[in-house]
Design a protein around this ligand. Structure first.
Ligand code: MLT
Length: 392
């Protein structure tokens, strides 16, 4: 019998942590096995089903053998055109569907591959902290070095661009941004984005704005696109996903839009790595983009009620909660005497509630925990009841 091999991991694996939400799901599953009635407010995975008109479109498309082949690498022209129409209608931004739109296997995939197109070993990317873990990890995988921009409460969780040292800015190939923001729920306005455009063109830095939460907003607030800022398309791209907008996390479909050279680089990387999105999913995505608005206000109403219930309950339990005009996250200050992990662990063991420790999103998330209101009102009421009975 042949001797089993002992694979020797590549050096780069040393900088690759286990994925934050994979770790949290493991802890949740362990508790469930022990019989605990766990309420999972950890990952931002909508509990609401994908609207049935999207599912029906997929069902029809999957029956059509024309969709059973390799898809085109950049996405079906019909979907790229639908994206361009949506951008015009929603943000009044013109996009060339041929050269300024690229279909992704979800936004995470585009974010993970972008540094391969732009970053050389020794280059820097500017990464918000706290922030979606993929920005930093994808930089490391490309041999680059993330420079973390603190998002602090006193700065409305926006990075202070003037604080970025010139030697760092000189080496910065990409600036990752994400508004409405995961995990802090902060929002950005036109003057901030204009400052970003100025910074990017001064230092020749590509802006990658992750706009996954642009459609999850409350109280009449409509988040803007980075591409609406004067010069936005000259310096960057925006990445969208249907995951949160249309409850389609499992479907894996998103898109990148904006600067054609950046889109072209990402397209070249992707065409060498993946073979695109199953066309039946792309057909469903067209249906989603064209018709989601008819159902969307109901979805937002559901989230808004949950947000109010949870925020009020958390405050009654004595916790400080940041305001939330968008996203389905509440950013909560950890009480004195605990680290983020200690407090999340205490809550899990005392109440069975899963929350995400803020430091999982980076050093500057320490001192916070995140709650996702992607569970129904009954579960949120129960979570609030358990929290009120807990002393910490
Ligand atoms: C989150 O919960 O922050 C993310 O949406 C999870 C993910 O995309 O992996």
């Amino acid at each position: 019998m042949a001797k089993a091999i002992r694979p020797i991991a590549a050096k780069r694996m040393e900088s690759l942590p286990p994925y934050l939400f994979a770790r949290i799901s493991q802890a949740r599953d362990r508790m469930r096995k022990e019989g605990v009635d766990v309420i999972d407010l950890g990952i931002g995975d909508p509990d609401l089903p994908t609207p049935s008109f999207i599912v029906q479109a997929m069902k029809r498309a999957v029956e059509d053998p024309a969709h059973h082949h390799y898809p085109t690498y950049e996405g079906m022209p019909a979907l790229r055109e639908a994206v361009a129409r949506w951008y015009q209608k929603r943000f009044q931004v013109d996009l060339d569907p041929e050269r300024e739109v690229l279909v992704l296997i979800g936004s995470k995939e585009g974010l993970a591959h972008l540094p391969i197109a732009l970053v050389n070993p020794g280059d820097v990317t500017l990464v918000p902290s706290p922030g979606y873990p993929v920005y930093g990890v994808s930089t490391l995988m490309a041999g680059g070095e993330p420079y973390f921009m603190p998002l602090l409460k006193e700065n409305r969780f926006l990075p202070r661009l003037n604080d970025i040292p010139a030697p760092v800015a000189e080496k910065a190939k990409i600036m990752f941004l994400n508004y409405p923001n995961n995990p802090t729920a902060a929002t950005a306005d036109a003057p901030f984005f204009e400052g970003v455009v100025e910074f990017a063109s001064r230092w020749n830095t590509v802006v990658c704005h992750d706009a996954a939460y642009s459609e999850i907003a409350f109280d009449g607030y409509r988040p803007m696109s980075f591409l609406q800022a004067d010069g936005g398309k000259d310096v960057g791209i925006e990445i969208h996903s249907l995951s949160k907008t249309c409850n389609m996390t499992g479907w894996r479909v998103g898109f990148a839009v904006g600067n054609r050279d950046v889109i072209d680089g990402l397209r070249r990387v992707k065409s060498n790595i993946d073979s695109g999105v199953f066309q039946a999913i792309q057909i469903a995505a067209i249906e989603a983009l064209e018709n989601y608005e008819t159902h969307h206000s109901d979805t937002l109403g559901i989230y808004q009620r949950r947000r109010d219930l949870l925020a009020e309950g958390l405050r009654e339990a004595g916790l400080e909660v940041q305001s939330c005009a968008a996203t389905f996250y509440l950013w909560i200050t950890v009480p004195k005497g605990f680290t983020s992990v200690e407090f999340a662990t205490l809550l899990l063991s005392k109440t069975g509630i899963v929350l995400t420790p803020g430091n999982g999103f980076g050093e500057w998330g320490e001192g916070y925990i995140r709650a996702a209101f992607t569970r129904d009102e009954n579960q949120i009421r129960e979570a609030v009841r358990r929290l009120r009975q807990t002393t910490f």
